[in-house]
Ligand binder design. Structure first.
Ligand code: C2O
Ligand code: CU
Length: 511
């Protein structure tokens, strides 16, 4: 549709595009100028006129109790995670965001194929929300699933600024008795160095030898390990994972959390033996992949990144930053730990399932399922409803991921954000991206505003996802349809990689 002069969406879109163009004198400005040339061409999707869900999200400094440690941080509504946002697919969500932080912020609705002007990228899809300001997001999530929301500004995600977002399918049978939403996080704010101090430390070694950067308690950096003290630049002794194909991360967090609780004070799902439970797991961590298992149970994985997959049994699942998994299980009788191992880092987050009497296992216990069959994204198959139809791609882009720890620099096709060249496509095209990882570390690559099909070795369309782990030395091929015009960020969901510029975009206008 072409928005008319009396269309409030068209008005607000032009307003912020103009404001944004005036603000930013980078290639972003060029993109915006381009968009300004055809503002009416950006497609606007509308939900039905039915019942809107209204939520208020106030981002503010807060003191929160993680189940022992009391920390000063930034949070939504004073809670970690922020309040669950729940809406029905196709129905409008109205979210009023108030910024009581000392910095600008936005909200990005991770995984939702929403209209571009609601995507929450400052300087690209909207003006940042200034301290003391507010912004109202309005959109109708088109597809059911498990998502989450977080700011798209600096390292704010590595504080408490994240919340689960569930989009319900009105037609789903809901063949379960309980729902268990499990949000995972790696935690440092208020107990270890702040995210900004960690970034400063990571980048301080630029050009220097390992270990010359400021060392901080609670942090592990390449160079800490004995094997690296000889002046080698990579990698470290600890912090590797076979599942991740090598180096697992640069930050060893003081705590790992499930639903805002440390492992010694776990959140508990209480239900009866035999209850059918639907688990929704979100990795909201900034720098940590998690391997998740429930002691004494096998999981039946049903969704990846919100989209249906052919149900498959697993002992454990691996989630990169930004990934989500839904699974079901039938609760046994007793007390069982749900453990999220910080993959390759050693620590763990945990929650408990309690259906009867029994001793609570010690916080250090590791269910044997963690060592069983670990399901990873490439082995997932789509269902009839989530399968991307076969079509020859109109565009085929190589997305080469490179980087180093010394200096701390991560790039896409040799460039950092701001000096990048966006992938320009046309509306209606089938687009292929080949993520080629030539770096020593895994990268969970995330595309805004779309879901892509991960292709398997036989070039068949696998599971639909919006975030996919690309291991060192690996090439991961994904296809998607350019059916939602805008300037859509494509980036690594390691918050520190993203912050130093491991980000570009897929750009298209037209209706
Ligand atoms: Cu959850 Cu641009 O990210
Ligand atoms: Cu990365």
């Amino acid at each position: 549709m072409t928005p008319g002069a009396d269309d409030p969406d068209a008005w607000s879109r032009r307003r912020f595009l103009r404001a944004g163009a005036a603000l930013v004198a980078t290639p972003v400005a060029a993109r915006l100028a381009h968009a300004l040339g055809a503002p009416a061409g950006l497609r606007v999707r509308r939900g039905g006129a039915a019942t809107a869900t209204s939520v208020e999200l106030r981002a503010a400094p807060a003191t929160v109790d993680l189940g022992g440690p009391i920390v000063d941080t930034w949070a939504y509504g004073g809670a970690v995670p922020g309040p669950l946002v729940r809406v029905t697919a196709g129905q409008p969500l109205v979210a009023v965001v108030e910024n009581a932080l000392p910095e600008p912020t936005t909200i990005h609705w991770h995984g939702i194929a929403l209209p571009f002007d609601m995507d929450g990228v400052p300087g690209v899809s909207q003006d940042p929300i200034a301290p003391g300001g507010s912004f109202t997001y309005r959109f109708s999530p088109p597809a059911a699933g498990t998502y989450f929301l977080h700011p798209h500004v600096g390292l704010q995600l590595d504080r408490a600024l994240y919340a689960p977002l569930v989009v319900d399918d009105p037609g789903e049978p809901g063949a379960y008795d309980e729902e268990w939403i499990v949000v995972l996080d790696d935690w440092t704010d208020g107990v270890g160095p702040s995210p900004d101090a960690i970034l400063a430390s990571l980048t301080a070694g630029a050009g220097g030898s390992p270990g010359t950067g400021m060392q901080m308690p609670g942090m592990s950096m390449p160079g800490d390990g004995p094997a690296a003290t000889g002046g080698g630049s990579m990698p470290m002794v600890h912090g590797t994972s076979a599942l991740l194909g090598g180096h697992a991360g640069d930050v060893r967090y003081p705590y790992y959390l499930v639903n805002g609780r440390v492992a010694t004070a776990p959140t508990t799902l209480r239900t009866r033996p035999g209850a059918r439970v639907r688990l929704r797991v979100v990795n909201a961590g900034a720098e940590t992949a998690f391997r998740v298992a429930l002691g004494g149970h096998r999981l039946r994985v049903t969704h990846a990144d919100g989209a249906e997959v052919e149900p498959v049994a697993a002992d454990a699942v691996l989630l990169g930053m930004g990934e989500r998994v839904d699974a079901t299980f039938t609760a046994g009788d007793g007390v069982f730990p749900l453990v999220a191992l910080a993959e390759g880092k050693g620590g763990a987050a945990r929650a408990l399932l309690r259906t009867g009497s029994g001793r609570v296992p010690p916080a250090s216990s590791r269910p044997r399922e963690l060592g069983g069959r670990v399901l990873t994204a490439p082995s997932l198959r789509p269902t009839a409803s989530s399968r991307l139809h076969t079509r020859r791609p109109d565009r085929d882009f190589r997305v080469v991921l490179r980087g180093s720890h010394h200096p701390y620099r991560w790039t896409i096709n040799g460039r950092t954000y701001g000096k990048d060249s966006p992938f320009v496509v046309d509306i209606g095209e089938r687009v292929r991206l080949d993520f080629v990882n030539r770096s020593p570390m895994f990268h969970p690559m995330h595309l805004h505003g779309h879901s892509f099909a991960v292709l398997d070795r036989a070039q068949r369309a696998g599971a639909r996802k919006d975030t996919v782990i690309v291991r060192p030395g690996e090439t991961v091929r994904v296809d998607f349809d350019a059916d939602n015009s805008g300037d859509w960020m494509l980036h690594c969901h390691n918050a520190y990689h993203q912050e130093v510029g491991m980000m570009t975009s897929v750009y298209y206008s037209g209706a």
